[in-house]
Design a protein around this ligand. Structure first.
Ligand code: SF4
Length: 161
């Protein structure tokens, strides 16, 4: 519900979202459907970046809510039911890591936001490193070999595991 733009999208994800319109429709909220009708399945933000549209400048159009008011993702709900192979946009899967693309490499930056304070406390108590929490998403983007190298580098660096 916070922030001024939706989730960043990869170019190819725009057509995936369009192709999944019928599959995810049953999981969307009424206001999400209205917002998609007006804006489409994706938009360009003020910086020209591809993102998911927002409902009245608040939550992502793909957000859905349980009876207890817990937010979820309509795309992921469809994926959980085995209705599609696409789980959710990569940037959502990777959050709180954000990709900054440069001509010859990607920089992976940790996005520190007070909204995630509780998760940081929980991860710290359980001894879960962010990159391990994000293993599935990192493998999705960069592959198994890349992730294995990251683990090896981390251990060789002498940082506490
Ligand atoms: S996880 Fe789903 S609801 Fe949340 S920002 Fe990403 S696409 Fe939108």
């Amino acid at each position: 519900m916070e922030g001024d733009a939706g989730a960043p999208l990869e170019e190819e994800e725009t057509s995936i979202l369009e192709s999944l319109s019928g599959t995810i429709a049953p999981f969307l909220t009424g206001e999400g459907i209205d917002a998609i009708d007006k804006q489409g399945y994706w938009v360009r933000d003020d910086d020209g970046e591809l993102t998911t549209p927002l409902v009245d400048g608040k939550q992502c159009v793909y957000a859905c809510f349980s009876d207890e008011g817990i937010a979820g993702c309509a795309i992921e709900k469809a994926w959980e039911k085995g209705l599609c192979d696409f789980r959710k946009p990569l940037s959502c899967h990777l959050y709180p890591v954000r990709i900054q693309k440069y001509p010859h490499y990607d920089a992976l930056n940790y996005h520190r936001w007070p909204l995630c304070d509780a998760a940081r406390v929980c991860g710290s108590k359980k001894g879960v490193r962010v990159f391990r929490f994000l293993k599935e998403a990192l493998v999705r983007k960069y592959g198994e070999d890349w992730y294995r190298e990251l683990e090896e580098y981390f251990i060789l660096s002498g940082l506490k595991t």
